[in-house]
Design a protein. Structure first.
Length: 230
């Protein structure tokens, strides 16, 4: 991953103020990291990223569903705080922790709990865990492990298919392999360019729709705007 690139992260949930996340993209240009809506109960693309944790004692998800009896408030709050520091560092603010420490802590969480599910940490907590895994590029083995656990959680209806799509592409691009959803995009001289080729591009919008993502053309139009700011 090359320094100086941009990412856009838009977790499904919360109320916040950050839009552009200064980070590292696999292609060295700008990439958009947008945790997308996973179901009809979640808002669509275009909202802002997490800068505020869910208030303590909240009894329902942003979607309105009740909290699970197994909900772990302390773990939820820890993940939200990790994401706040992640986003702060990517916008030039303080980040005393750093990506490596967050990766190590998330690895401990996975050891104890598996993937942080909706039932365990809520939709926003699951988004936060995803963002930390997405930014763990310095540890590809960890990212592959996180990806496998996230796949299982999605299969159980306990994590976002959109988050899975982004991490699938991130891991593929990190290995120099074709991506499935076209989420990892860099800025070339003439605009956005996928970091690696898109496998079976004729079917990419079908895959994106199944993951709750907008069509690729819409995504690239958004990236064109971001690239113009580079």
């Amino acid at each position: 991953m090359t320094p100086g690139s941009r990412e856009v992260a838009v977790p499904r949930l919360v109320v916040a103020v950050l839009l552009l996340l200064v980070g590292c993209s696999s292609s060295g240009g700008a990439s958009a990291d947008r945790p997308p809506p996973a179901a009809a109960t979640t808002p669509s693309a275009g909202q802002t990223s997490v800068a505020e944790a869910t208030p303590a004692g909240r009894t329902a998800e942003p979607s309105g569903r009740p909290r699970s009896p197994s909900f772990d408030q302390a773990l939820h709050d820890e993940l939200i705080a990790m994401l706040e520091r992640d986003q702060s560092g990517r916008t030039g603010g303080p980040d005393p922790e750093g990506d490596a420490a967050r990766t190590a802590r998330l690895a401990e969480i996975l050891d104890t709990h598996g993937w942080p599910t909706y039932a365990l940490v809520g939709e926003d907590g699951e988004d936060a865990a995803w963002a930390v895994a997405q930014h763990s590029d310095a540890d590809p083995a960890f990212q592959r492990r996180a990806l496998e656990l996230l796949r299982r959680a999605v299969a159980d209806g306990q994590a976002s298919p959109g988050n899975l799509a982004y991490l699938e592409d991130r891991v593929a691009v990190g290995a120099g392999q074709p991506q499935l959803y076209g989420t990892q995009v860099g800025c070339g001289p003439d605009g956005p360019v996928p970091a690696t080729p898109i496998a079976d591009q004729a079917a990419v919008d079908e895959r994106r729709a199944a993951a709750g993502l907008d069509p690729l053309a819409d995504y690239l139009a958004e990236m064109t705007t971001i690239c113009a700011e580079e």
